[in-house]
Design a protein around this ligand. Sequence first.
Ligand code: GAL
Length: 968
Amino acid sequence: MPVKKLFTSISLVLSLIGAASGLNNSAVNSNHPVTWDQYSLKINGERQFIFSGEFHYYRLPSPDLWDDIFEKFKALGFNTASIYFYWGYHSAKQGVYDFEGVRDLSKLLETAEKYGINVISRAGPYINAEVSEGGYPGWLTTMKSKARLGNPEYETAWKEWLTEVDRYLVPNQIDKDGSIILNQIENEYAYGRDPSYMKAIADKFREDGMTVPSTFNDPWPGDHFARGEGSVDIYGWDGYPVQFDCRSPDIWPTNASTYYREFHSNVNPTQPMAIYEFQGGAFDPWGGPGYDSCRKLVNEQFAKVFYKNNYAQGATIQNLYMAYGGTSWGESPTSSVYTSYDYGAPISEARLMTPKAYEIKLQATFLRDVKPFLTTTNITAEVDNFAIRVDGLRDVNGATTFYIVQHQVTNTTNSDNFHINLSTVDGEFAIPRKANTQITLNGRDAKILTTSYDFGSQHLLYSTSEIFTHIKQDSRDVILVYAYEGEHGEFAISSGFGDIQAYGVNANVSSSFDDSVLQINYIHPEGSTYVSTASSGDRSEMLLIVSGYNSASRWWAPQSSGGETVLVSGPYLVRSAEIEGTQLALTGDTDVDTDIEIIVSDLVSEVTWNGINVKVTTTQYGTLTGKLPGPEEDVEIPDLGQAVWKYSPASPETANDFNDTNWVPADHKTTSNPWQPMMLPVLYADDYGYHTGSLWFRGKFNATSDITRLRVNATMGPGSAWMAWINGDYLGGMTNHFNEFQLNNTVLRQAEENVISLLLWTTGHQEDFVTDDEYKQPRGFSDVSLLGSNTTEISWKVQGNIGGQEIADTVRGPLNEGGLYGERMGWHLPEYPDESWEDATVPDTIGKSGVSWYRTTFELDFPKNYDVPMGIRFSDTKTERYRALLFINGWQLGKYANDLGPQTLFYLPEGLLNHNGKNSIAVAVIAVDEAVTLGEVTLEPYGKLLSAKPAVGMVESPSYSERVSFLI
Ligand code: GAL
């Protein structure tokens, strides 16, 4: 039957090759290591599917953990990391830049390179990214000119940033043996566009020595900067099909985008199709449902359907935003979001694997190893069920044809059975061929089925199961296919013999042999089945591994530095495989006692796991099996409920006699801010050089008897709160921006000095998504008026973080501190002498007003070779309104909103947290209600792994005695 037709259409296919391979572009010249054509990027001449994941170093402020992330990227099959460079993270003041310690970009880029991860650099200048000011430094908020447009003031500012950051990017490009392969210009610049500004950025990068192709991420396929002034070398777009409402995690759009292919062929047909940000999770706002819901919204089913749809459309560059979300620590989050930026990403905030990570590994490994996928054109394809959509993709350099199947209605949960009408060099017939069997597609599933594919010495006619990968085990070809447990599979190869042997768990394996085609049928089992075939002619023996989905999730295909791929099944994570002589050295992590199975050259007789010998036995079907230990040791977690806590009240600013001599007079009569104040003087902290965290304003006036009320209008973002006092008496606190307080003669002191104290607990600044200068929205008050009198003048002073733009702590940087009294006094720092403070218990039982600080220390002593990511959990009833800041060893790792949430568990990255030594914790509680009691504060592990994670050193950072300045 079919095989007769095998080579009849080959001449047709060959004629396509010439037509297709003529284009070869590069940014600068064809000698550049990065070139491209309409099919894919080529790196050093080799085509690659760019399987990229977004990672933000500024969301993991522990540089040794970057090793862990990039190693996990590699293990999961990511070959590229897309990285934003965050201007405001490096610059506290115009002209001042810091690239050391947690900001060390050389280390970052070298670490990526160490693990073979290429980088798409995205230095903005504008980045969005849910960071304060969309990445701009605080000092830019007072710029008179509009940002993201061509004008001299803004240009001077952004050029300064690019000059600084380019010093790190330029030498780390691939043509200088570094990791950067692509360089993005601006970010989603679609609103209020000024092409001359786009072009100026690209020119500046080139002048500074960036040679890699330039890219642009359109927020949607919108044809912005694909052509004309400001256009880039490789245009692409972003896609977030399920958006960001994690409250309804099951709601999907009816259809995945099916117009990408046509758009691409109209707009940038000579470039590969690039999706520079595709949904890897979602951010969650203050008061949102939390990241578990986002992980459900963008789960492994989403990854199956929507990523495969991208491939069906022709994408060969795909970056998942985020692959590891991390932590928006300190004052870095933009106002709408909270500290955790877990994002429901494949690698969780605590650096743990999730089901989506395993799904990504299945896809990325296939795209890494099945090369014809990189040069396809679409062909018409058919199935026998209207509920199913099929996209046919044929390799223009050969005969391999891929059929990507998904549901016509993307969000259906129906399971459907069907056959595909193949039209390949192997013939025209419907698969599966075995009577009473079908291909099954569950609701919210999609499959890439491969046909007419040569691997090793074999010719695959087709497989109705998806391929994970294939390797050579000496002369034997090994291929692993998978589908959900219980689904039928049919796999057909050219063969001289029909004999097969099946091993492992029962999968109802049967076979037929006809006309030199060996057809193997099975039902995907729980676990794996092994089917071996005999060699014949030029064809070697083959081992077909048939896995159920769960078992496939635990197969890994690490590549040794010598280029050999090893198959390993079982462990939670396989980080690396090296073969030396007869020894295979594997590294990785286990979460429980684990059965391991390995497929590697027969020459290997010895296996080590994290340096320790593993006793292995050879199975009948030529694999090695053994056992790995799990994390058996107990890990002691101190009980902070039993700790001795120290407590100090911390709002002396509310007292009339508080000495504010050193505070900055808030006396400006004008501001360039687009949000003009309702009264003067200007009470916008940014105008006085304070851009982050809590702010105090003190206003003095002489009371007259006609004053009746105080009106306050705060300008602040979501999650913020403010409190007002008059002459030390608490007037009240608000979580919305406006209030009027009744004043009466018992509060006011007639003919004497009266003092209004206002504390604003701020969240970050807005972004500038639509180029309207929204990032400048002030933090402070647009109106504080005494009502009833037209004449009362208030004279104001303001205080924010110590030093304002001259930050006191250059190591922790411009986003660590705000203007609370305790922050100004260094109470958050390790070794602060709190002996004289009162003893307290946490949870506290006595209601506290104003600001309160709690401090204690604890020791950890975790076994070496364990990865025990730790967090601090706040447990309290949600009725009391208070805000809190969490400091570990001086680093602000949490902004907690008791009455708003949703975040209650805060990740403490190892390196800031000492896993083998003493730690200092400080909690600042800001009571919005009259008096509040701090609830339980506990240490909580996110998981426990026996791990080969690279060693993590403590980030060096100043303790109290090393702090530069303490002004109050
Ligand atoms: C994109 C933007 C990213 C990030 C993302 C949502 O529009 O380019 O910076 O904000 O949305 O997480």
